[in-house]
Design a binder for this molecule. Structure first.
Ligand code: 8DG
Ligand code: MN
Ligand code: MN
Length: 386
């Protein structure tokens, strides 16, 4: 390959994901799905570096504006390491990659995916259980391990929480959240974030960012929201964290960490059929599905389903940063922070942007202003699906 005459690259592509427009699902889904499996497998092995390398390759391919037909078209493209290129070549030439197929069918990958699919279970815990020979939910239930509250809820609603949330369900949850927020604090604003803001048609949860135009009015809001949701019987589980963010003289937090310090709530909502017309229709069309679920819960044809919801409260002064941070994708966020540090000597978090050369915070009241501070062309939410 190296001795070949140099051709113009088939596509122009920048090396940071935040410099590119990345629609969903992209034109190379065979390749991106395969690289995603390898990335996930590395992540489940605790190998972050390797996972990130595959994620970058995946993101690059998803951003291309047409389908790659042959290996020659990969010449000159950034982000693709030797390993990714080998896998892509296999896929282009044979339609499958033996490495990807072996990964998908390996007992370790299957068990780790199943166990981390339980809400509240991370890679570390899943690894410990797998080492003890636990490969199924039944084995976990009879293992005698004591589960924390999140994991108990995760196990109880396993089927529901592993069924993708549809756009219609997300809209139904939006209506519920807006109703509750406006009733406890008139004038508060609710914004849909996460994958649905990026235009995805389904997701693993629904993410909301909540603020109020008068700074300070949002303090303690999460507790009022939770109390109201609970009184209306809309919550199956919730874990609330208070805001611990303070600006420091040294600049914004830990830029490499995706955890932030907003007042927030990781929750499980009870979405009833009457709040979601789509759900009712599906239940009517597919009685079998309802029966299976009833068997699993022993609750006898229940007219509701469990949905994961993240609620985050931000002061208005940090709202633009919070919105950028909670819109994702995870790779897009990581790349924006990497760009800030390496190319601009700035640290970006979901709270603030700090200029290390000027030794001061840069304010912004919109995402457009943040991109401008960073010297990046604006990328709309639907283009952030890296
Ligand atoms: P999905 O739910 O459809 O699977 O995709 P998503 O909406 O892109 O993923 P997500 O896991 O819901 O995360 C949405 C964004 O929230 C993501 O870009 C990272 C951001 N985020 C933070 N802080 C934190 C945090 O502490 N935990 C999590 N899980 N996400 C966070 O800014
Ligand atoms: Mn989400
Ligand atoms: Mn989320």
């Amino acid at each position: 390959q190296q001795g070949d005459p140099v051709e113009a690259p088939a596509f122009l592509a920048a090396s940071y994901a935040c410099q590119r427009n990345t629609p969903q699902p992209g034109h190379n889904t065979l390749l991106t799905a395969a690289l995603s499996v390898l990335a996930e497998s590395a992540e489940l092995n605790g190998d972050e570096g390797r996972g990130l390398a595959f994620r970058r390759s995946e993101g690059l391919l998803r951003s291309l504006d047409r389908r790659v037909q042959g290996p020659a078209e990969l010449r000159g493209l950034p982000c693709l390491g030797d390993h990714s290129r080998r896998v892509i070549q296999d896929l282009l030439e044979n339609g499958v990659s033996s490495e990807v197929e072996e990964t998908k069918s390996s007992p370790r990958y299957k068990a780790m995916k199943l166990l981390t699919g339980i809400f509240g279970v991370g890679v570390k815990t899943a690894k410990r259980w797998f080492t003890e020979g636990i490969c199924s939910l039944a084995q976990l239930e009879t293992s005698g391990h004591s589960l924390n509250a999140a994991q108990q809820a995760g196990l109880k609603y396993y089927t529901d929480l592993n069924q993708p949330v549809s756009r219609e369900e997300a809209d139904a949850v939006s209506v519920m959240v807006e109703g509750v927020v406006h009733s406890v604090l008139p004038g508060a604003r609710v914004t849909l974030a996460g994958g649905f803001r990026r235009g995805k048609m389904s997701g693993h949860d629904v993410d909301f960012l909540i603020t109020h135009p008068d700074e300070g009015k949002e303090e303690g809001l999460i507790h009022k929201i939770i109390a109201c949701l609970e009184s209306r019987g809309l919550l199956l589980y919730q874990q609330t964290t208070r805001n611990t963010y303070r600006e420091s003289a040294k600049g914004a937090g830990r830029p490499s960490s995706s955890m932030d310090r907003f007042e927030r709530c990781f929750s499980i909502f009870k979405l009833t059929n009457d709040s979601s017309p789509e759900d009712t229709r599906r239940a009517q069309q597919d009685p079998e599905r309802v029966r299976v679920e009833a068997d699993q819960t022993g609750s006898g044809g229940r007219p509701w389903r469990a949905v994961r919801v993240d609620l985050v409260v931000s002061p208005i002064s940090q709202f633009a940063f919070a919105l950028l941070g909670w819109t994702g994708s995870k790779l897009f966020e990581r790349e924006t922070r990497r760009w800030a540090v390496r190319e601009r000597s700035m640290s970006l978090s979901s709270h603030a942007l700090y200029d290390r050369n000027q030794e001061r915070y840069l304010r912004a009241s919109s995402e457009e202003e943040i991109f401008a501070h960073l010297g990046l062309e604006y990328v709309s939410p639907t283009g952030r699906n890296a």
